[in-house]
Design a protein around this ligand. Sequence first.
Ligand SMILES: [Fe+2]
Length: 171
Amino acid sequence: MNSDSDLQIAGDILEVPHLLQPPREHPVTVAEFAGLARAIAADRAQWAPLVQYDATSRWYHRLRTAPGYEVWLLSWVPGQSSGLHGHGRSSGVLTLLEGELTERTQRGTRTLAAGAQRVFAPGYVHEVVNDSLEPAVSLHVYYPGLTEMPMHTARCEAHAPQDPARDALTA
Ligand SMILES: [Fe+2]
């Protein structure tokens, strides 16, 4: 008995199912989506055999679609860039699986190494580019699923010229 409380549970808690929360159909919180991304990242057999690299167009593959969210797998050869873009009404979790990517926003530039995660809310605008000399692979969870990726014309810092027509839907 907890001496700090007068509350006691008598009997088996499983006998009172109305006191339990119903199971969720999909992740709901930021922590749950970040955890989902980490779980997929740790399961290399789930994504590594699918990865392709395309020097002419950024490669992407929808790994999973589920109620409330989508998971995309992207590859980046050196020099490839998303361009500066938003994500409509979607929130997202960007997770680096392999290599290194640079993220540029109005607030600055950061380098993302394998294992790094970036969580963003609707309205977040960034550019992701592979400034390294090695290919990179990233995982992107969007909730809800990405329905638009508006491109922005303003540049962030030393943003290299890019062709929007080359850019894939996701980043
Ligand atoms: Fe993005």
